[in-house]
Design a protein around this ligand. Sequence first.
Ligand code: UD1
Ligand code: MG
Length: 500
Amino acid sequence: MAERSFPPGLTSLPLVVAAAALAHVAWGLPTNLRISLAVNLGLSVLGYMATSSIVATLGPTFVKANLRGIDLNKETTKRDANGVLVRPIEGIPIPESQGTVTAAVYILVLSVFIPFAFASYELDRFPHAEMAEYLAAVLTITFASFMGFADDVIDLRWRYKIPIPFLATLPLLSVYYANGNHTGVMVPNQLRWLFGDFVELGFGFYLFLLWLAVFSTHAINIYAGVNGLEVGQSVVIAASVLVLNIVQLFRIPEEFKEYRESHVQSIFLMVPFLAVSLSLLRLNWFPAKVFVGDTYCYFAGMTFAVVSIVGHFSKTMVLFLIPQLLNFLYSCPQLFPFIGIPCPRHRMPNFNASDGTVCNSFAEFNPDDLKPLGKLIFVVLKSLRLVRVCSGPDGKVQMSNLTLINFVLYVFGPCREDVLCCRLLAIQVLSSLLCFSLRFGLASYLFDVVLWCSPLPERCSPDVIWKRCPMLWAEWLWICRPEVCCKILWAQFIGKFFFK
Ligand code: UD1
Ligand code: MG
């Protein structure tokens, strides 16, 4: 197989852009936060280098300790004359569970950062609440990584994998409760006559946060099996969170100190995460030299849940996780035994040895043997052409496995593994763009206070915009504010339907 080097721009460009944007944001922060941010950036660079060097050095040690995997979609992995993998799998073993190194370096970076984040405060004005939240965040992420490592080593049963992240998040939620217990949501302008300005969700909001922690811990692990995909999606989500934090620091005025600081806290957690993940991505990119393992998937998923709780943007986080949410919903018939559609051990794509491409993988069953709910879902999926179905011998059928990866292969056809990964990452980027347009655009129609700092001029109301378009497009160039651009985009869209 041709060695394909990892495109260096994929790591260096985002780092340079992030550093420049952070430097700009840091200008408006108090001196102590500015110093903390500089240290955070410096430690992240060290984290990037440490991860690269440790993963490269310790690879053989992991293989010796039996923490190794065989890349199923490579020519070097043995197949019979029909192209079916021989069992037991034979191929080149590569180090598995390298997320262990990534998570360990990340947790060390966060530990070393603690004195720099809090040392500059006077004792009588020490921010105990922020420190407790920071420590609880580290504890929760550590616990999720530990669970991932246990899963890599002993293949945990699902009955343990659901409650553990649930319990691991409790310390963080207790601190969240003690630090202000923000459990209310703003009501859209259009519904205020019915519900008032604000609805207190109370315990319901904590249930939502617990669901988010359990969901995001597993969401990345079940959207996996293509070189670079697990880390790639995490890098896109982390970069999107950073963009959100930076844009919010631009928009939220000085007097909303608490909101601004929660975004700074989120940056403190996200920058080192992005650094260690980019370092791992370089080695996991096609053709993978290491596997990230369940440790990385759980570590990354829990980090996103934690960051969104600390930064108070848990609802926005759900929008960043749209592909993972779609993959989970699509997967449900195979994940839940009571629905009963068979779920093979691996649902990753199959390899076509004749041309080196990846294609759909299938679950084989007889539709008559399915439980009634499974049968109904199978018929619906088949009729709506949401799955590829081929008929097999003895009344059996082959249905493409219910993952977003297989769906993309079904729609766009077979391709090389790295091309598939790029397509899936493009979907992740599109979902982040959709999230920003909803968060900064549509939300400003629904909530007056989204644009904290500066209400939009009268000319930007949807009907006015619609009447004046397309002249207003030109105004974008000089308005240069993301929320205005998104708002105008939505206005065009809404205008098309409602103001004609
Ligand atoms: C989850 C998925 C499974 C998918 C697997 C791939 C569910 C319920 N489970 O299982 O369908 O096949 O992740 O990670 O959706 N591997 C590759 N190439 C890669 C990544 C992994 O060949 O790019 C193989 C290697 O043999 C590696 C193994 O997958 O050793 C790791 O699988 P593991 O993480 O243990 O699978 P699960 O998380 O249990
Ligand atoms: Mg896995």
